[in-house]
Design a protein around this ligand. Structure first.
Ligand code: NZQ
Ligand code: ZN
Length: 395
């Protein structure tokens, strides 16, 4: 294994840590662009508490509200313009993954010359990554994406209906203030989607990464088992802060790089899902619950031993031999049943998607991520017609 790894994000974790936001931000600036979503942080008091903490530390606030789920490029441009106009010197994201992603890209667009869509792969000849951003402080209010402690962001270009991603060192937040109490008001469905999202972040590298990563395998299995133990408790009782904390820590660790380092795995399930949420505006985690089991059934054909290991270590199913396709298949069925048990959809029809756009989803997926032969990277690499097959099996 050869790799270089660094995650520079300082994490302040635990119930009640929102009160330390002001002190954390003050180390990086005095005028904050505070980015929020559709109003949940106003309704549950998080916004007022955050502003009080910032003001008490001598940080003034410029508000940028209204980031939508599956955030749009125009929203990012609006926020960056505001930050520039008001001379903000730090960006604070207060919300779910959508708000955090939009805020991170706003911080970079402030300095970016030309069209910000050039940062995102969408079939263009030359991609230009950002190399500079205002300091970013994240305060997640939903446990799911791990955006608070990683260098990625996912944005939809509403003009072309392409949802794409950017990963760049300057997008690492300086600090993540992770207070599980802020997630108590997340409704049951979004809580379940978050559990599915965090599990999918690690199944991607587990099934698509290189061979010979025993420690990474165990980290992934630990994250999945933790999410499967505590996720249902968080769904059953949103005020169970112990469960909220366990789920949230799992969501941070699932995509801050520790589980993936050295595995070099691509994210085929995510790439396919992003086209669904781009066209139909469904919740990302709900889309993953539909695509992941369907993708697994296709991938297990070429790599049964890996899926048999998953079945054994996650569900205690004993394979009869290392390549036991039956055990592999039973593990996938049990995984799908778990997703259903917490309230996730597992069929496209449940979220109102029919077969009309399947070819378009496949085309858009490989526009954003493809190898030299035009296939979606993964194990196995998938042609557009194989992507359609995966989606058709989930109708
Ligand atoms: O907008 P508000 O009013 O805040 O309501 C949100 C939204 O309606 C609500 N919510 C958030 N916190 C809440 C709350 N409601 C009550 N109480 C709270 N404490 O939940 C709804 C969904 O929010 P959203 O931010 O869209 O959800 P999530 O955190 O799942 O983020 C999804 C986005 O992140 C991207 C996805 O593609 C999608 O666009 N991803 C980002 C990643 C990254 N940066 O690393 C990786 C992921 O794989 C993912 O692709
Ligand atoms: Zn995800």
């Amino acid at each position: 294994m050869k790799f270089t790894f660094q995650n520079p994000v300082q994490i302040i974790f635990g119930a009640g840590t929102l009160d330390r936001l002001g002190e954390a931000v003050r180390a990086h600036g005095t005028k904050a662009l505070v980015v929020t979503g559709g109003g949940s942080v106003k309704r549950n008091g998080t916004f007022d508490r955050a502003v009080a903490s910032l003001n008490a530390a001598g940080v003034s606030v410029v508000e940028c509200s209204g980031v939508e789920p599956n955030p749009r490029l125009s929203t990012v441009v609006r926020g960056a313009d505001l930050a520039r106009r008001k001379a903000c010197d730090v960006v604070v994201a207060l919300g779910g993954g959508s708000t955090m992603d939009a805020a991170k890209v706003m911080a970079a667009v402030v300095f970016f010359e030309g069209d910000p869509w050039e940062m995102f792969p969408h079939g263009q000849a030359n991609r230009r990554l950002p190399d500079r951003a205002l300091p970013i402080v994240t305060v997640p209010t939903l446990a799911a994406t791990g955006s608070e402690m990683n260098a990625g962001a996912v944005i939809t270009n509403e003009k072309t209906t392409i949802k794409s991603f950017v990963t760049a060192g300057c997008l690492y937040p300086k600090v993540a203030v992770v207070d599980p109490e802020l997630t108590a008001s997340v409704p049951k469905d979004q809580t379940a989607y978050g559990v599915c999202d965090l599990i999918t972040h690690v199944t991607e590298s587990y099934f698509n990464g290189v061979d010979g990563t025993p420690l990474q395998d165990r980290i992934v299995e630990g994250i999945i088992l933790t999410a499967m133990e505590w996720g249902p408790k968080a769904v059953a009782d949103g005020n169970d802060i112990e469960a909220r904390a366990q789920v949230q820590w799992a969501s941070v660790v699932a995509l801050n790089g520790w589980a993936q380092v050295g595995t070099f795995g691509p994210y085929p399930v995510h790439m396919i899902e992003h086209t669904l949420s781009a066209h139909h505006d469904i919740a990302h985690g709900a889309g993953l619950a539909i695509v992941n089991p369907a993708w697994m059934r296709v991938a297990a054909r070429t790599r049964p031993a890996r899926f048999a290991q998953f079945a054994q270590r996650i569900f205690g199913i004993t394979p009869k031999h290392p390549d036991d396709a039956e055990a592999a298949s039973e593990g996938i069925d049990r995984f799908e049943a778990f997703l259903r048990s917490i309230g996730c959809p597992t069929r496209l029809s449940e979220v109102g998607i029919g077969e009309e756009l399947l070819d378009k989803f496949a085309e858009d997926t490989v526009l954003v991520a493809h190898d030299e032969e035009g296939r979606l990277p993964g194990r196995p690499a998938l042609t557009p017609s194989e992507i359609v097959e995966v989606l058709r099996s989930a109708l």
